[in-house]
Design a protein around this ligand. Structure first.
Ligand SMILES: [Zn+2]
Ligand SMILES: [Zn+2]
Length: 231
């Protein structure tokens, strides 16, 4: 029904049916304070670089042996429970309105580093066309706006379509798939500190490949923030 309503009607519809919490359906906000407070935090001891859980402080074995292109990744939540549901709704459910409250929580809980430009991990053109939007770009735009920075969704392009990474793939397999999948535009990133944004990080292979492209195009540094981390 929403598709056939004009903009004015949609505004009226919004007044008649105020937003309700994505997780508990209570009316008021898109994400109520109680549900936001119950999201599973990615806390405890973690790798200083890739944010993977560790038994002790410092760097994990992978980051110590072969440091990724990005200086650090931070994610406020574990990809579980409500954090997983929100990521899923944003990515597959067309719930783009969730990007703003999600980005706000990323700013509040992840400790956003200062950057010159906020850049989303791009989708391949064909994938973005079929989905209608890039969920990472939505998050990047709102993270930038909320943290008083500039975002640039065109700084990196996905130059090769890649098969979706699946849970059972090993780290090496993921790195091989993502290698060379991205290219950054030097005139948009040269000399800049980049904050790379994505919805979910697993092994960090996608962020690593994207960061490599950014550094190759002259970016001064790359740090990453994602909504959630799959441990
Ligand atoms: Zn709620
Ligand atoms: Zn690590």
């Amino acid at each position: 029904m929403m598709e056939v309503l004009g903009r004015a009607s949609r505004v009226a519809f919004g007044l008649l049916f105020p937003p309700q919490c994505a997780l508990c359906r209570r009316p008021g906000a898109l994400l109520c304070a109680a549900c936001a407070g119950a999201l599973p935090p990615a806390d405890g001891r973690r790798c200083d670089c890739c944010w993977m859980p560790l038994a002790r402080g410092g760097l994990c074995r992978h980051c110590a042996e072969a440091p990724p292109s990005f200086g650090a990744l931070r994610s406020p939540f574990i990809l579980d429970a409500g954090a997983r549901r929100l990521a899923h709704e944003l990515k597959y459910g067309g719930m783009t309105a969730f990007a703003e409250p999600m980005a706000q929580l990323m700013i509040e809980r992840a400790g956003i580093p200062v950057a010159d430009v906020v850049v989303p991990v791009p989708l391949h053109r064909a994938r973005e066309r079929s989905r209608g939007y890039n969920q990472a770009a939505m998050l990047a735009r709102h993270v930038a706006a909320g943290a008083g920075m500039r975002s640039d969704a065109g700084a990196v392009r996905r130059i090769r379509a890649t098969a979706p990474l699946v849970k059972t793939m090993h780290r090496e397999e993921r790195l091989a798939i993502m290698h060379g999948a991205f290219a950054a535009r030097p005139q948009r990133v040269d000399g800049l500190r980049v904050l790379l944004v994505d919805d979910v990080a697993t092994t960090g292979a996608t962020l690593d490949a994207c960061g490599t492209a950014l550094l190759a195009a002259g970016a001064r540094s790359v740090r990453c923030v994602t909504w959630a981390r799959a441990d």
